[in-house]
Design a protein around this ligand. Sequence first.
Ligand SMILES: NC(=O)c1ccc[n+]([C@@H]2O[C@H](COP(=O)([O-])OP(=O)(O)OC[C@H]3O[C@@H](n4cnc5c(N)ncnc54)[C@H](O)[C@@H]3O)[C@@H](O)[C@H]2O)c1
Length: 289
Amino acid sequence: MMKPFNTVGVIGSGTMGAGIAQVVALAGYKTVLYDVNAEILQVALTRIEQAIAKGIQKGKLSPEARTLIDENLRTTHDLQVLGQGLDLIIEAVPEDLALKCRIFTDLEAICPETTAFVSNTSSLSITALGASTQRSAQFAGLHFFNPVPQMKLVEVIQGKQTDLTLIQKLRTFAESLGKTPVTAKDTPGFIVNRVARAFYGEAIRLLDEGVTDVSTIDAIMKGEGGFAMGPFELMDLIGIDVNFAVSQSVYEAFFQEDRFRPHPIQQQMVEAGYLGRKTGKGFYTYEPA
Ligand SMILES: NC(=O)c1ccc[n+]([C@@H]2O[C@H](COP(=O)([O-])OP(=O)(O)OC[C@H]3O[C@@H](n4cnc5c(N)ncnc54)[C@H](O)[C@@H]3O)[C@@H](O)[C@H]2O)c1
């Protein structure tokens, strides 16, 4: 398969950025993973190495996977490194429009015009993010799912000003990572997160009304509903803070339409620091790994 890009940068080495960098490097792209936080970057690299070791041990990855990571993946906490003529930069920092816009402005100052920018945002407007740059035609959404190495779907989002040629290249790129691309227009929550609002929101309302408990809802949705995970397990995996930010963003983007209203339980859990698996407590409690 012809590679649509040669070199790829990933910004933000959290849950999503680390997973994205892993699959991109494994597919043979020269990859630079950047984060402002050097400690998180180190954690990400360790996580990637452990995932590769586990994959090889289980026979899911060939032994050459380790070489691919060693040869293709480098990390940096110096933003200037991303200005060295990369073909594509994938942004995966927290779901905050002002933060993302600031990063794209900083990137724009150091990247040549030939570098395409994409955001992994779950819910923010690709058109608005693109318009914050001088390259809105070379700006799109590329929405991976969590955990990135396992989840096949990638939503490719065409903003109002995005060139169709970039969308085609991104589809080919996603396929080269072994993913299944689906093209979507720029609408709040795109396809999956739009449908999923009700999955999470109604589950939280059932809980609040005391209809039944967390584990019963999860068990029913998996056992009888045929879902791979129940809504509470999934929110704990995604991160309660991340999920709450998406809920708020979709609600605002639909001009506060009632059916998208977030629930105070989400806000309270964020205030308490109960963010799900990553903090050891969310709707469930987790033993340290
Ligand atoms: N978690 C999910 O399930 C999921 C799924 C799909 C998409 N997303 C989207 O992906 C994006 C990232 O989410 P996440 O869950 O990986 O978040 P996260 O909090 O795990 O990671 C964000 C990373 O960005 C880094 N960061 C913060 N400011 C930065 C800056 N100025 N420059 C560089 N790095 C910076 C942080 O240090 C952190 O490592 C969000 O837009 C989110 O909506 C998340």
